[in-house]
Design a protein around this ligand. Structure first.
Ligand code: CNA
Length: 299
């Protein structure tokens, strides 16, 4: 046939082939795309709820009231007391304006500091140490990438995070220590300029994604490698990112389940299983395992 043969970049479509490619001259700009699955081993359940995957909502609230997520009973206990008209209301800006208390009760449970990064987060930090990490796109709001030591300028928090906060009326930024104090005290922080409500910069239902996401997207055409970890690739526009890397750029999916269209391009590799285990094996192939574990133990 007249068809061009596929441009095969990887020696083999397995962990060893991926490791060899990472170790090669060709691989300079590594992009990561991560989701809730990289944090489940830290004790934060993923928020997946079947049938609602097509929205751009950062958080599916069903998880909050499901009894299947052990280990976060405080969260459920608190939510039961919140007196919400419906669970999603806790992440709706209109409801928040009327009654910010339920959100702050929840924030107290979810607030960073309660959880420790996973091996997969430390892997991202290690890629940075090896000068390979270009950008890590995350859907998570737990800031565990930062906690693992990945510099802020290499992370794009597509659904925002608890890392910064501002007034919902005049947009004045609010002090990080002060909000932490308010959250722990169980009070609702108010803007020092106008008295408006302060909200962490996590994307609520119907809110647009941050500017950093929009500007970061165009950089994907520089990718030599895309590693997708712990995401169902069902939440748009985030889920569209894997299509934006060059055709010949290897796309590696490390996940419990198949996701998106990964596997259809000639240089795609699908590695199914718990991401911490796969990342360890990959680092072993690269001779990085000791550093990985050291980094992780230091978190
Ligand atoms: P998701 O739709 O819940 O999918 C999670 C994916 O991870 C699934 O495909 C799982 O199979 C997979 N997975 C779970 N555990 C592991 C593991 N140990 N190893 C490998 N794979 C695993 O979550 P997404 O992130 O794809 O997108 C949905 C929402 C959920 C995003 O907007 C997130 O903001 C939001 N979320 C964030 C957090 C957090 O900040 N930690 C937690 C839960 C949900």
């Amino acid at each position: 046939s007249e068809e061009e043969p596929p441009n095969l970049v990887l020696e083999s479509k397995d962990i060893s082939g991926v490791a060899k490619y990472i170790d090669s001259e060709e691989c300079q700009n590594v992009f990561l795309m991560v989701g809730a699955g990289v944090s489940t081993a830290a004790g934060i359940p993923d928020f997946r709820s079947p049938g609602t995957g097509s929205s751009i909502l950062p958080i599916k609230c069903e998880f909050l009231i499901s009894s299947s997520c052990a280990g976060m009973s405080g969260l459920y206990a608190n939510l039961a007391r919140l007196d919400l008209p419906y669970p999603e209301a806790v992440f709706e800006i209109g409801f928040f304006r009327e009654n910010p208390r339920p959100f702050y009760a929840l924030a107290k449970e979810l607030y960073p500091g309660h959880f420790r990064p996973t091996i997969s987060h430390s892997f991202i930090k290690l890629l940075h140490e090896k000068s390979l990490l270009h950008t890590c796109f995350t859907q998570n709001i737990d800031t565990l990438e930062r906690r693992a030591g990945v510099p802020g300028d290499k992370i794009i928090e597509a659904h925002g995070s608890f890392a910064t906060q501002k007034c919902i009326d005049c947009q004045t930024p609010y002090d990080g220590e002060k909000i932490k104090h308010a959250v722990y005290e169980g009070t609702v922080p108010k803007c020092e300029e106008c008295g408006g409500l302060v909200k962490p910069d996590i994307v609520f239902f119907g809110e647009p994604l941050p500017d950093s996401f929009i500007s970061g997207v165009s950089k994907l055409k520089q990718a030599d490698l895309l590693i997708i970890m712990g995401t169902s690739l069902t939440v748009y526009p985030f889920a569209a990112l894997p299509r934006l890397v060059p055709d010949e750029c290897p796309r590696i999916l490390i996940n419990l389940d198949e996701a998106g269209d990964i596997g259809y391009r000639s240089n795609d590799v699908v590695l199914l299983g718990p991401c911490d285990e796969i990342v360890r094996k990959l680092c072993k192939e690269l001779g990085w395992e000791e550093e990985l574990v050291e980094d992780w133990e230091a978190t």
